[in-house]
Structure formats: structure tokens, C-alpha cells
Design a protein around this ligand. Structure first.
Ligand SMILES: *Cc1c(COP(=O)(O)O)cnc(C)c1O
Length: 430
């Protein structure tokens, strides 16, 4: 590429930033690195999240036990209140969402509860796929095992034809050809960033009498959802990725209102009807909504940052976030084709924006050492086995010029073979 092309790409990026209605949201965040492209793993802190956390800490200091009823907002209904605040992001009714536990625990709870909720004519097979995030499989397998069902037989996997994506037709075929009671899929594949067709999978599951559940970890906060209207039966997600609620922050769960009578497989007093909870009866009286899937006391300190973090997302608007997200990933893919393809970089993410989540998977045989070299240039991405660098231009704090610069830095590292000065992979968190 010649210099004039390079200049015009930079100019274009600057123009896009100047027109960007979300540009000012960057000021609400403390972003730890110059180019923070890892918000799909751990989003940065916002002033709003820090404030809501600090508010909870001072109320603890000032009120002690009285905080449960006298804090503002009171802690007793914290899980339900934040759930209601999250509901519009996933297209749910307020009663269908609650925050509780972690994503993995919520998978255990809901897959277990829906396995138990099957009618006699619904088979116990759980349909997942080859490219899932591992924890989802560990939880599904464990839930089957706890019911005396062998996961080798009952945890079914749709195979990926290309190692990157899951073909929607293959999912539908698998539902038709197997004894499936529950389909449990991610909305967005964590590695390639493919956005699955939630509606189509849900319809196919329902046509065959199966429940449809989804893990929205990689889409909540960057892709809008329509869970209630689509009729999704249940869903889970975490809030430390695109929702920016902090490391290990409380996770979310959704249960469609037609299933609010489903018995929680992992019952606990925090899932009791709040009206009767302090009767302290030994018989569980589950809440009449998704709140019944809470287990123990709401961890206020891991929920509090989510309160403020959600204000940021609400102020920006999820549709505007998605629009900018698609524009950023389009822009990145075009630049990668232009400048990095010749250096052996492939785009592993679907090119159809309708089938793409918030990040772009760059594939290269030296992906590991490239991601290490990037870090020393102030670019935080992450490496995923075997050959993927995930780059997440999160719309609330990343701009077009950032994307331009990152591609430019990658080009430089590959051109000069700077990555060769880094050690090959040994192990640990990347
Ligand atoms: C991030 C992620 C998780 C994380 O689960 P935790 O219980 O929060 O550790 C689970 N599933 C998927 C698909 C994820 O992307």
C-alpha cells in the first residue's frame, strides 16, 4: 500500500470519530492501556461503576446491618432491582431477569432445573456445539451426571465444519435427528465471534419439543436481544465483559415467564418469595418469577458496580452501541484485508455483520507472539488457541482511529518480524 492510501484511511477514521455520537462516553471510563481491545474479556471501570460501588461501601460503613432495608437503594431486593434494570438489554420483562452467582453457576442451575422440568416424553439430550466455551460443557456434563445420565451419550455436539463457525442448518439438523430435550448454545462464539441465529435455533428447538437456552456472555451489552418475544426459554450471561461491571462481578439469568413455575434445582433462601422469606419456614416458598433461581445472599459488593455500569449502557442506548460496534468491526475487517492479509492474517469472524458479535478474530500462525508484542505497544488483545488474536473494539471507549492505529501497529510488527524476539508460548492466563 502506498502512503496516500494510508493517509486516507487515517483521515476516514478521524472523520468517523468526529461524527460519532458515542465518542464522549470514553470520558466516563478509566481505560488502563492506550489501546484497550480486550473488553470482551474484562471491560474497564467507569466513574459510574466506581461510584455505585463506593456508595455500597459507605452505606455498609454507616449503616451496617440496617443497610439491608435503609440503604438507598436497599440491598434486600438488589438482585431483583438490577435484574429489572438489565431486562431491556436482553429484551425481557422485568420479572424474567435477576442477577445472581456466576455464569457457570447459573448454567448449572438452569440446565439442571430445565432437565428436571422435562415432561416424560421429552428426552434428556442436551445439544451443544464443538466450539463452546469449556465451562459451559463442564456444567452441562455435571448436571447430566447428577441425574444418572452419561454425558458421553446425552451431551450432544454440533460439529463445526470449518473450526470457526457453527452452521445454523447443522444445528437444525442435529435437533431433528437426535433426541434433544434442551438446546444450549452461546449467542456469540467466544473465539471466532460468530453471532448465532437465536431466533432460528429457538424455533427449531420448540418445533421438536425441546427447550432453548443461551449463554449471552459475549453479546450482552454489545448486541441487543429479544429473548421474550423470540420465546427463548432461559439464558445466562456475565457482566464483566461488555457490561464493564468489574472482575468476577455478579452474573445475570433470564427465565421466560411461562416457566416461572419451574422448580429451582439449586434452591436457597434468597430464591424464596421475599414476602415470606423472614417467616423462616422450613418449606421453600419460591419467588413467583425468575428471582426464585437465586441461591444465597446477594453479594452486594459484586453487584454494586453493575448498577452504575448499566447507567452508562442505558445512556448510550443498546441500539446505538450495536450500530457503532458493527461500524467498528466493518472498518477493522476492511483494513485487515487491505494491509494484513499479505502478512498471513485471516479474518476468522463472519463477514456478514448480521452474524458477527462485538469482536474480530485475527488468525495468524504467530498469533501468540503477535499478541505478546502488541502488549508492548500499548495494545491489549488476547490470544486464544491455537492461532487467534481477538480484537474487541468496544464501542463505549474505542474509536475508529484506535482501530486504525491497532491495525497499523500489527502491520508493523509483522513486517519487521518483531514478534520473533518474543518467547514461544508456555502457559498461564493470556
Ligand atoms: C466468559 C464466559 C463464561 C465465564 O463464566 P464465569 O462463570 O463467569 O467464569 C462462561 N461462558 C462463556 C460463553 C463465556 O464467554
Amino acid at each position: 500500500m502506498d502512503d496516500s492510501d494510508a493517509t486516507s484511511a487515517l483521515e476516514r477514521a478521524k472523520e468517523r470519530d468526529a461524527d460519532d455520537e458515542l465518542a464522549e462516553f470514553r470520558e466516563r471510563f478509566d481505560v488502563p492501556d492506550e489501546y484497550y481491545m480486550d473488553g470482551n474479556s474484562l471491560g474497564p471501570i467507569s466513574t459510574d461503576a466506581a461510584d455505585s460501588l463506593e456508595n455500597a461501601v459507605s452505606e455498609w460503613r454507616e449503616l451496617g446491618i440496617r443497610g439491608w432495608t435503609e440503604s438507598d437503594p436497599e440491598w434486600f431486593h438488589y438482585g431483583e432491582r438490577i435484574g429489572a434494570k438489565l431486562a431491556p438489554l436482553v429484551g425481557a420483562r422485568e420479572s424474567e431477569v435477576v442477577v445472581a452467582d456466576s455464569t457457570t453457576v447459573n448454567i448449572h442451575k438452569l440446565v439442571g432445573s430445565f432437565l428436571d422440568a422435562r415432561d416424560d416424553d421429552q428426552p434428556p439430550g442436551v445439544l451443544a456445539n464443538d466450539l463452546d466455551f469449556p465451562t459451559d460443557h463442564y456444567a452441562m456434563a455435571a448436571q447430566l451426571r447428577q441425574r444418572g445420565l452419561d454425558p458421553d451419550e446425552h451431551l450432544l455436539r454440533v460439529e463445526s465444519a470449518d473450526g470457526r463457525t457453527i452452521d445454523a442448518d447443522a444445528v437444525v439438523d442435529a435437533i431433528e435427528e437426535n433426541d434433544v430435550g434442551i438446546v444450549f448454545m452461546p449467542s456469540v462464539l467466544y473465539r471466532s465471534g460468530q453471532l448465532l441465529d437465536v431466533e432460528r435455533i429457538t424455533e427449531a428447538a420448540h418445533e421438536h419439543g425441546a427447550y432453548a437456552g443461551f449463554d449471552l456472555a459475549h453479546s450482552v451489552g454489545v448486541v441487543p436481544h429479544d429473548l421474550h418475544d423470540v420465546g427463548v426459554d432461559f439464558a445466562v450471561w456475565c457482566s464483566y465483559k461488555y457490561l464493564n461491571a468489574g472482575p468476577g462481578a455478579i452474573a445475570g439469568l433470564y427465565v421466560h415467564e411461562r416457566h416461572h413455575d419451574v422448580e429451582p434445582a439449586l434452591a436457597g433462601w434468597w430464591g424464596n418469595d421475599k414476602e415470606t422469606m423472614f417467616d423462616m419456614a422450613l418449606d421453600f416458598d419460591p419467588a413467583p418469577d425468575a428471582g426464585r433461581h437465586q441461591v444465597g445472599t446477594v453479594p452486594v459488593l459484586s453487584a454494586a458496580p453493575l448498577d452504575g455500569a448499566l447507567d452508562v449502557v442505558r445512556d448510550a442506548g443498546i441500539d446505538a452501541i450495536r450500530e457503532k460496534s458493527v461500524a467498528l468491526t466493518e472498518f477493522m475487517i476492511a483494513l485487515v484485508d487491505d494491509r494484513l492479509a499479505e502478512h498471513g492474517v485471516d479474518v476468522g469472524t463472519p463477514r456478514d455483520p448480521e452474524r458477527r458479535g462485538g469482536h474480530v478474530a485475527l488468525e495468524h500462525e504467530e498469533a501468540y507472539r503477535l499478541s505478546e508484542a502488541l502488549r508492548d505497544h500499548g495494545v491489549v488483545t488476547d490470544f486464544r488457541q491455537p492461532n487467534v488474536v481477538r480484537v474487541a473494539p468496544a464501542p463505549l471507549y474505542v474509536g475508529f482511529e484506535d482501530v486504525h492505529d491497532v491495525v497499523h501497529i500489527i502491520e508493523d510488527i509483522l513486517e519487521t518480524r518483531e514478534y520473533e524476539t518474543y518467547d514461544r508460548q508456555s502457559g498461564g492466563v493470556t
